[in-house]
Design a protein around this ligand. Structure first.
Ligand code: ATP
Ligand code: MG
Length: 142
């Protein structure tokens, strides 16, 4: 996979193939920001990625700010959609998570709280085209 990467996929299976390619580019410590409308596939992408680390119960955090999974590599899963104030993130010690060098961190709706993103991160943009088609763009920021 070369960056910037962009593709139109027409099924969940095709999205899963993109996830597999992307998986090979990711190392422990990396931060992956996912942006895109409701239902564009942010959680789907993360679930597929997590499956490759032996994590089968990944899902968006609803009652907490973060979900932690113990896979072959630890994964932190954030969803900023319901965060109202930046302080909510600092209250849970967001930097300890974001700058952890052993875990892979996913952030759904990262664009809502850009302040906490490290300059080095992957940015994944998902665009809804129709029921089964999506545009997937992946950028690597160093
Ligand atoms: N090509 C595709 N790639 C990914 N998901 C697809 C595709 N086609 C259909 N879907 C479906 O689209 C839905 C995407 O939902 P998902 O919860 O991943 O979106 P989301 O971006 O996390 O939304 P939210 O902002 O509400 O968290 C899933 O039900 C998935 O099965
Ligand atoms: Mg989601």
């Amino acid at each position: 996979m070369e960056f910037p990467f962009s593709i139109i996929v027409n099924s969940e299976t095709e999205t899963a193939k993109v996830v597999k390619l992307f998986f090979n580019e990711v190392n422990p410590g990396n931060v992956i920001a996912l942006n895109g409308n409701l239902g564009s596939g942010k959680t789907f992408f993360i679930k597929k990625f997590c499956q490759m680390l032996g994590i089968n119960d990944a899902d968006s955090p609803t009652f907490s700010i973060i979900n932690e999974y113990a896979g072959d590599v630890p994964v932190y899963h954030f969803d900023f959609y319901r965060i109202n104030r930046l302080e909510e993130l600092y209250d849970i010690g967001i930097d300890e998570y974001i700058y952890n060098s052993e875990a892979i961190k996913f952030i759904e709706w990262a664009e809502l709280m850009p302040e906490v993103l490290p300059s080095k991160h992957f940015e994944i943009k998902l665009e809804f085209i129709n029921n089964s088609s999506r545009k997937i763009s992946i950028m690597k920021h160093d």
